[in-house]
Design a protein around this ligand. Structure first.
Ligand SMILES: [Zn+2]
Length: 338
């Protein structure tokens, strides 16, 4: 089959479109013909070499396609599916308690296994989520990772309630566009930031009530203006170092900051005095459980959620697609279409 892999870490030029042996599904796995694979920042981190994954590696964690074969009830050839990105042991207390993303052996498709920048991929059959005919493969591939992340952050970790105000950073990112939609569905009011007037207009179309230009404006100051100096109930952080201080300043007393990423760097200071006197909660969030993804998927299939597609590329043009993500030129998800 054709696949895009890297044999060493580095820039875009290490991505190689090449012939690779077809994968063979192990017992309990299905073989999937990949029809679309969405990009994530994780793909960039992997290529640059932040972890100890084995080389060569084929990235791609957000996958939709068709079953070629898989031995499980209801899993027939041609079944249209999107894939649960999380892989866990299925036997420990965390897994059986519905918190598989806390499993000690938790991993991601395309990170701890070969991913979807390829014509075929193998995954455990429990990772298959059948999709209705009205849902296209590109939309389906753009859904799992970011909506699962946003759902777990807002619904489960931050316990967002109707009527609360949420600050969503970087509305044009995958997590940003998903967080706006999840926050709206929970009945919250959304303040979104983005890097251009055009992206801010798109954020409003998605349901953000107020937009802040994160290059031109002081985020915390603008938040104070929009909230009558109160601050927001919840901040959705994933940008990291460059916005961390502003994010904390934007919280009301008793507010919650929930973070799932550090795109601009891992550093971030906290004034411990502010932490306790203002009674702030700093909450970490990583992926989400299989059950949460199924609940979010119901809203996707019902038309409540719609992943925003920025642009699609062929598999061969994967380097070009990653370049667009690296440049932060996108609004929404960048997807490889096979
Ligand atoms: Zn487990």
């Amino acid at each position: 089959m054709k696949a895009v892999r890297f044999h060493k870490h580095g820039g875009l030029d290490v991505l190689s479109y090449e012939d690779v042996a077809d994968p063979e599904p192990a017992s309990g796995e299905a073989l999937i013909k990949v029809r679309a694979c969405a990009l994530n920042h994780l793909d960039l981190w992997q290529r640059r070499g932040i972890d100890g994954a084995l080389l060569p590696h084929c990235p791609g964690s957000d996958i939709a396609g068709e079953v070629v074969r898989g031995e499980a009830p209801g899993v027939a050839e041609g079944l249209r599916v999107m894939l649960q990105p999380g892989i866990s042991c299925g036997r420990c207390g965390a897994c059986l308690g519905g918190q598989d993303n806390l499993c000690r052996s938790y991993g991601l498709v395309g990170h701890h296994s070969e991913g979807g920048y390829a014509e075929f991929v193998t995954v455990p059959v429990e990772n298959l989520i059948p999709i209705p005919d009205r849902i296209g493969f590109v939309d389906a591939a753009a859904f799992p990772l970011t909506f699962l992340t946003a759902w777990h952050m807002l619904v489960t970790r931050a316990q967002l309630r109707p009527g609360e105000t949420v600050l969503v950073l970087a509305a044009g990112s995958g997590v940003g566009q998903a967080a706006i939609q999840v926050a709206r569905a929970q009945g919250a009011k959304v303040i979104a930031t983005a890097g251009s007037a055009e992206k801010l207009a798109r954020a409003r179309e998605l349901g953000a009530h107020i937009g802040i230009d994160h290059y031109q404006d002081d985020i915390a100051k603008e938040v104070r203006v929009f909230t009558d100096r109160r601050g927001v109930d919840v901040v959705v952080e994933h940008v990291g170092q460059s916005t961390w201080e502003q994010s904390i300043k934007s919280l009301r007393r008793g507010g919650r900051l929930v973070t799932c990423g550090a795109t601009t760097g891992p550093g971030g200071a906290v004034d411990i005095r502010h932490l306790f006197t203002r009674q702030i909660s700093l909450i970490g969030s990583y992926m989400g459980s299989k059950g949460e993804l199924l609940r979010a998927a119901d809203l996707f299939f019902d038309g409540e959620f719609g992943p925003v597609i920025d642009r699609t590329y062929s598999l061969e043009a994967a380097a070009e697609a990653q370049h667009r993500l690296e440049d932060q030129a996108q609004f929404g998800k960048i997807v490889l279409e096979l």
